[in-house]
Design a protein around this ligand. Structure first.
Ligand code: DX5
Ligand code: ZN
Length: 211
């Protein structure tokens, strides 16, 4: 299993050390939760934090844009090698946005909330390197995992059948137990905040990676 630590859960006082620890433990990317207090009922960080994180980290940053207008902001999170995740539920035309990002050479992914069915985004997958399936309602870390196994199965079967390269990532309530559930359903990558940063970081990344 590939692991993407949700970095806003790291300790601000130890951020550089924790970034290095996550990298050394084999994280595939950093997951940056960007919330605007409008699309979701919480506010986190924005482009300046992305720039800061970019300056201290050596691996990919995937920015999870939980904002009303991803079309106005995606370029601020799109340095070469990084990836931008946009919500299908945001009030913009996500197919047009993904196509535009592809034209601009920006790596992109599409995100769906727990109550959005996979069929809504199946046509978008050819423009998305990642399909991020939320296993909590976005807004806060530390929430209880919602079992989205059926949706992961469906997406996985569709990707195989159509010869697509899209990776399936799952975000929300991931720990050593729930990671096993999503792995069995066909997930390639997990995001984790409270599990990884609520204990021994290296150990927990290694546990998730070995699943
Ligand atoms: C939720 C965020 C998640 C969150 C995960 O809105 O998108 O990435 O930080 O937190 P945990 O792993 O604690 O559920
Ligand atoms: Zn997230």
């Amino acid at each position: 299993m590939l692991v993407s630590p949700s970095i806003v859960a790291a300790s601000p006082l130890k951020i550089q050390d924790q970034v290095r620890e996550c990298e050394n433990a084999g994280s595939v990317s950093f997951h940056l939760d960007v919330m605007d207090g409008n699309f979701v009922p919480n506010i986190t960080v924005g482009p300046d934090y992305y720039e800061f994180l970019r300056s201290i980290s050596r691996i990919r940053i995937e920015s999870h844009l939980m904002v009303m207008r991803p079309d106005l902001y995606y370029r601020k999170f799109a340095k070469e090698g990084d990836l931008v995740l946009v919500h299908y539920e945001s009030p913009v035309n996500t197919l047009a946005l993904l196509k535009r990002m592809k034209d601009e050479g920006i790596d992109a992914g599409i995100v769906i909330n727990p109550d959005t069915s996979f069929s809504k985004v199946s046509d978008l997958l050819e423009y998305a390197q990642i399909l991020l399936i939320m296993s909590v309602y976005p807004g806060f870390s530390g929430q209880k995992f919602i079992d989205v196994s059926d949706k992961i199965h469906e997406a996985s079967a569709f990707i195989k059948k159509n010869g697509l390269k899209t990776k399936i990532e799952v975000d929300g309530g991931i720990n050593d137990n729930t990671a096993r559930i999503v792995k069995n359903a066909g997930a390639d990558i997990v995001v984790s905040a409270s599990y990884i940063f609520g204990g021994n970081i290296s150990e927990r990344i290694r546990i998730l990676s070995s699943i």
